[in-house]
Design a protein around this ligand. Structure first.
Ligand code: ADP
Length: 177
């Protein structure tokens, strides 16, 4: 084997061994600046972050289709080099295993988030205790931002441009004009 190939192989093995991949799952329906803050902070903690739209094809209460949500997230994270975007219809933990991710990232806003996240974390721990949940606290100014809150405001033509990424704002304006 040539020396260059050998060095390349060593580099590949090393990367495979040490790459810390975190999956940030959610509905992102639509993505908000609260989500984006968690993504940026996670991108500083992990080698790679996968923002995962986890959806259920039987769930009918979705506001934006998966393709639109993907487009909105991809545009919002386009400058973050170690962030990828994907979607999955199934258990997030299965997706994480398939993609060699050892961490699931979630954001916590208020105490009421805790109960839901606790049951989610317990289920995940039951399925695979090797996968670690990592919780990042929302910034104070983002605690009131939720996708449903944004929709409520935008549908009443309140300016939400300071709460969502630019493409989301544009799509919301078009939707409710
Ligand atoms: P889900 O339907 O899985 O809760 P969401 O898209 O609503 O999906 O949220 C994904 C994750 O982001 C959740 O962990 C949620 O608590 C967190 N999150 C949502 N809004 C904010 C925010 N404003 N600040 C920080 N974290 C948030």
């Amino acid at each position: 084997m040539g020396e260059v190939n050998y060095i390349y192989l060593r580099k590949m093995i090393k990367e495979k061994e040490v790459k810390r991949i975190g999956v940030y799952p959610g509905s992102f329906d639509p993505i908000t600046n609260g989500h984006l803050d968690i993504i940026k902070r996670a991108a500083n903690l992990f080698d790679e972050v996968i923002v995962l739209i986890s959806y259920n094809i039987n769930k009918k209460n979705e506001r934006f289709d998966v393709a639109t949500r993907l487009k909105m997230i991809e545009d919002a994270v386009k400058d973050l080099k170690n962030v990828k975007v994907d979607s999955y219809n199934g258990l997030t933990i299965e997706y994480a295993k398939k993609n060699q991710a050892k961490f699931l990232i979630r954001g916590l806003r208020v105490v009421s988030d805790f109960e839901y996240e606790w049951s989610l974390a317990s289920n995940n721990n039951f399925i695979d205790p090797e996968i670690e949940m990592v919780f990042l606290m929302a910034k104070k100014e983002n605690t009131f931002i939720s996708s449903s809150n944004i929709l409520e405001l935008a549908s009443n033509r309140v300016d939400v441009s300071s709460l969502v990424p630019p493409l989301v704002n544009k799509i919301l304006i078009d939707k409710f004009k």
